[in-house]
Design a protein around this ligand. Structure first.
Ligand SMILES: C[S@@+](CC[C@H](N)C(=O)[O-])C[C@H]1O[C@@H](n2cnc3c(N)ncnc32)[C@H](O)[C@@H]1O
Length: 309
């Protein structure tokens, strides 16, 4: 079902809509200090390196990303031994790495956040961990059989650069499989939260310019970018991922506590704006997610896979 969003909100226009003159918000994430010159990449690194954000993502938000792990693992070919040596990029707290290890793969897990790598090391001691920027990977060409990226692509300033790196490090015939949340083309908590921010949020609180949160869930953006990087046989599957929650405001809470760009936009709102955003999210849960508690709150994902030429 298509959700109606304010004019100009198309999810791929989200940063442009929310950014005010390309400058960052006037307040930092804890509501203190100006961060006017911070780039998108710096904001992402700072937010994901916050141990509280990393823990909240792993505890709450990742309930939905966990539902995408079997699809990601299957798309690499790890279960059929087509892929035995797999790179899990933007590994976060290690959920995808864990699935790959369970399928029998030898896994190298990379992320730029020390806080996330700490969580992943504790969860999947069998994997090898590397702190690295997804746009500049410290691996030789042709080293891996496959690469996975669970919900990492929208967080890097230059997704085509990541795709180029993901085409460089696998062998010819190797696979890429990544997930990105769907946008307003589906009924989704993500679109609801960002729509509520666009409608009720303080317009001065804005992100630095960066890729749209759901751009690479769109085949008209993703497939040409994968083709330009050197991939073929592009496929998109939708995964009906969802949260189960007793709190109708769960999407608001999950975004404010456990995400980088959503958390940044929400944490810095004046109290009245934050209350209005939260109230709209709660109303949406009541109207859309059945008779709770508990509510089943949809946040569907696009699983995109392709083969290295
Ligand atoms: C939304 S979490 C995804 C975690 C996990 N892969 C999953 O599927 O739930 C995004 C992860 O990407 C990482 N990340 C963001 N930008 C990155 C970059 N430029 N290089 C490496 N990791 C990055 C963050 O630190 C974070 O751990």
């Amino acid at each position: 079902m298509q959700q109606s969003l304010p004019r100009g909100f198309g999810t791929r226009n989200l940063p442009a809509l929310l950014a005010a003159g390309g400058e960052c918000a006037r307040l930092g994430p804890s509501g203190q200090g100006a961060e006017m010159s911070e780039t998108f990449g710096e904001l992402e690194l700072r937010e994901w390196s916050d141990a509280a954000v990393a823990r909240a993502y792993a505890r709450d938000f990742a309930q939905a990303s966990q539902m995408c792990v079997p699809g990601l693992v299957a798309a690499t070919g790890a279960e059929t031994r087509r892929a035995t040596d797999v790179l899990d990029l933007c590994c976060g707290h290690g959920n995808v790495s864990e699935g790959l290890v369970a399928a029998g793969a030898s896994v190298t897990s990379a992320d730029f956040s020390p806080a996330m790598l700490d969580l992943a090391r504790a969860r999947v001691p069998q994997a090898t961990f590397v702190q690295a920027d997804a746009m500049d990977l410290p691996f030789d060409a042709g080293r891996f059989d496959a690469v996975t990226i669970g919900f990492g692509l929208p967080h890097v300033p230059d997704p085509p650069k990541v795709m180029a790196e993901c085409a460089r490090v696998p062998k010819p015939g190797g696979r890429i499989a990544y997930t990105v949340w769907h946008g307003a083309e589906k009924t989704s908590a993500l679109a609801t939260v960002f729509k509520a921010i666009a409608e009720h949020g303080d317009p001065d609180i804005a992100l630095p310019p960066g890729p749209g949160a759901t751009d690479y869930a769109q085949p008209d953006i993703a497939f040409p970018a994968l083709g330009a990087a050197g991939f073929t046989e592009c496929q998109l599957t939708t995964i009906p991922s969802a949260w189960t929650a007793d709190d109708p405001a769960a999407p608001f809470r999950f975004f404010i506590e456990g995400t980088a760009r959503g958390g940044y936009l929400l944490r810095n709102q004046p109290p009245d704006a934050a209350r209005a955003i939260k109230a709209e999210v709660e109303a949406w849960t009541h109207a859309t997610c059945g008779n709770g508690p508990p509510w089943t709150i949809p946040i569907p994902a696009a699983l995109i896979s392709a083969t290295r030429v």
